[in-house]
Design a binder for this molecule. Structure first.
Ligand code: ATP
Ligand code: BTN
Length: 277
């Protein structure tokens, strides 16, 4: 596999034929290299198309059908400049959204389903206030030295009938331009990964720079990219209580502010919210 564009942007691109989890493997590599006195550079990327024990949020499993999708983990150092680190998954989501959006035609919008999923939705879903289907999952893990492993699982070429859940999709299944690729190993597939990753890394760098220089503008970008704001969500309160409301805005730490039907607002963090419809 050759990643010409991506390799020009990053100090190191490590391709693995297979990996249990790119996040876990990169975390271990960071630890080993720090212990050896040769810290891994910011922007090290480790990726595979055959991740065998991937993890998602809340320790759920993450499926990476070999040859059809990609698991990529990026080492990000110094990401907390300008905005709290709690914004990072939203900025990563916004960066991935712009990398994937360019492959879709009119009427399909790629954006972030708060807090950590990149979804694509058609006009019907948009009108109904539904968040659409999941193209990419994001898992950011903070390391003891303050750096972050940014893991992304991108569903590229999974055919319709092999999608892992009813709420998942892939670039291929959602009708995006995949350049004729059938698997990630054919030349078109290799080029697809390279282009998606290079566009993502470029967009993420720009957003991190924006966050450092003009945090309000970066927050506005994240809000513009959200597929959740304005839609109905269900909030699980402590003690098994449930309340439905409308997602209003992102709070100063990236949490979700929800308008309640009875008046007033709730600010909620990930894990307490599910999307309705
Ligand atoms: N390749 C994949 N694409 C999409 N979903 C996947 C994939 N592999 C595993 N899943 C899992 O399918 C489950 C359902 O995901 P979904 O996004 O519909 O629900 P969710 O409650 O919104 O999850 P999340 O915690 O990611 O927001 C999740 O546990 C997700 O991790
Ligand atoms: O939707 C989620 O819950 C997040 C899924 C994150 C999956 C990616 S794939 C690359 C990296 N390695 C992992 O084990 N998980 C993340």
């Amino acid at each position: 596999m050759e990643f010409t564009r991506t390799s020009e942007l990053l100090p190191r691109v490590l391709w693995r034929e297979s990996s249990p989890s790119t996040n876990a493997e990169l975390r271990e590599l960071v630890r080993e290299r720090a212990a050896a006195g040769e810290p891994l550079p910011d922007g090290t990327l480790l990726l595979t198309s055959d991740q065998t024990a991937g993890r998602g949020r809340l320790d759920r499993g993450w499926v990476t059908p070999p040859g059809q999708s990609i698991a990529a983990s990026l080492l990000v150092r110094g990401a907390g400049a300008g905005l709290p680190l709690s914004w990072l998954p939203l900025l990563v989501g916004a960066a991935m959204s712009s990398a994937l959006q360019s492959r879709f035609g009119e009427g399909m919008r790629v954006g972030v389903k708060w807090p950590n999923d990149v979804h694509v939705r058609d006009e019907e879903d948009a009108i109904a206030g539904r968040p659409g289907l999941k193209l990419c999952g994001i898992l950011c893990e903070l390391l003891p030295d303050g750096s972050v492993i940014v893991g992304t699982g991108i569903n590229l070429l999974i055919p319709d009938f092999e999608l892992p859940t009813g709420r998942a999709t892939s670039l291929l299944a959602a009708g995006a331009d995949v350049g004729g690729a059938e698997t990630v190993f054919d030349p078109a597939g290799n080029a697809l990964i390279d282009e998606v990753l290079a566009d993502y890394v470029t967009a993420l760098r720009q957003l991190l720079a924006l966050a450092a220089e003009n945090p309000a503008a970066a927050r506005a970008r994240a809000a513009r990219n959200s597929l959740t704001l304005g839609t109905e969500v269900r909030v699980h309160l402590p003690g098994d209580e449930i309340v439905d409301g409308r997602a209003r805005e992102l709070a100063s730490d990236g949490s979700l502010v929800v308008d309640l039907p009875t008046g007033g607002q709730l600010t909620v963090s990930a894990g307490d919210v599910e999307h309705l419809r």
